[in-house]
Write a protein that binds this ligand. Sequence first.
Ligand SMILES: [Zn+2]
Length: 108
Amino acid sequence: MAGGKTEVNDRCAVKLSKEQRKKVDEWMSERWTQRKCPDCGHSTWSIDMNIFEMREFLEGKINISGYGYLKPVLVLTCENCGHLKTFNAVKIGIVQAPFQDTNSEKEE
Ligand SMILES: [Zn+2]
């Protein structure tokens, strides 16, 4: 797995390892240049140590096959207003894509 060993807790949640957290810090210092919260203007964020996932919309159905399209995300919370910000964890390089990502189209 990219970014080193991943810690899995008793709920099977994926937590950031020290290596992954270091990679997040490096990635953010290089690429996250606009740190002001779009809602309140503050710039203090907390990083959730769990990796979350966004699932594709299936019109109210639930895919239990395990082959659904999903995006692993890193979640940050504005400490002032609670605004949530997400970054694609695959782009950061802390997890590998759990599928062949053929659904994304690049806009340039
Ligand atoms: Zn805010």
